[in-house]
Design a protein around this ligand. Structure first.
Ligand code: 5GP
Length: 253
């Protein structure tokens, strides 16, 4: 088979040219990075879990009418996605103070916020993804006011869906990050959820014990990251089929 053309390699995923125009293949790696790639590790199985979990969340969002880049999962580590023009922003939704917000404002992690807060960071590793006000985004031409209104509405729908799904399996959705892409149909532009939704990009705390089930386990050396992600996948009923011991072959009609 001819080698596929690599379009982009990020810290946790690689994008290859897709089989049809307007599509890409998204490959999930086992690499984990934190603190702007100062800390790096390879967590065996992470890519497989995130491929499944992102498929699960994006499919669910599709079912409630939230447009995403996801088309279908191809195999254990790859999914077919729509090619989009990524808006260079990390769109962060917070339900409870944690991470950079808690640090910046001296708040205790886990403090419930009076309402979900949507904030934007400029996607630039060299600058450490700095927080940017809407005014900057519009003045610098990264997105229009209309785009931002649509992005906030999209992010809040994702938040409602994700919070509910997580609540159903005893997990609090503390915060998460999404990326949004522009999909063009002639002159018409549609904003859709892109990148991934997985425990790499969310904070997930067990409702009873407060145990962290997300990338903070790696960032803060709290234990085994793959075990935490496996627990999230197990509760959601999303586990790669080959993690179970192989039984006898079964004839399927
Ligand atoms: P914070 O700003 O508190 O560090 O992060 C807020 C939320 O966005 C957390 O759920 C965190 O995992 C996610 N997030 C922020 N920046 C990144 C990033 O560069 N990559 C990923 N995967 N998630 C991020």
């Amino acid at each position: 088979m001819a080698r596929r053309k690599k379009i982009y390699e990020g810290k946790a995923k690689t994008l290859y040219e897709g089989p049809e125009p307007g599509t890409l293949v998204q490959y999930f790696k086992d690499d984990a990075t934190a603190n702007n790639a100062e800390k790096h590790g390879v967590i065996e199985g992470k890519g497989v879990l995130n491929n499944r979990l992102s498929e699960f969340f994006m499919t669910g969002l599709g079912h409630i009418g939230v447009p995403t880049h996801f088309i279908k999962r191809l195999n254990m580590r790859e999914q077919l996605i729509r090619a989009v023009e990524i808006i260079p922003l990390e769109v962060i939704v917070r339900n409870y103070a944690a991470g950079s917000m808690a640090k910046r404002l001296g708040m205790e992690e886990g403090t419930m916020l009076p309402r979900p807060i949507v904030e934007f960071s400029y996607k630039d590793d060299a600058l450490g993804d700095p927080l940017v006000p809407e005014e900057y985004i519009i003045a610098l031409g990264w997105a229009s006011q209309q785009d931002l209104d649509d992005i906030v509405a999209l992010a809040l729908r994702v938040n409602d869906f994700m919070s509910g799904v997580m609540y159903g399996v005893g997990i609090k959705l503390i915060d998460f990050k999404i990326e949004v892409g522009r999909q063009f149909d002639g002159d018409f532009q549609r904003l859709i959820v892109a990148d991934e939704i997985s425990p790499d990009s969310c904070r997930l705390w067990d409702m009873e014990t407060g145990q962290k089930l997300d990338k903070d386990v790696f960032r803060r050396d709290l234990g085994n990251l793959a075990d935490a992600y496996t627990e999230v996948a197990r509760r959601l009923g999303v586990l790669p089929t080959n993690t179970a011991p192989m039984g006898k072959p079964t004839l399927i009609n």
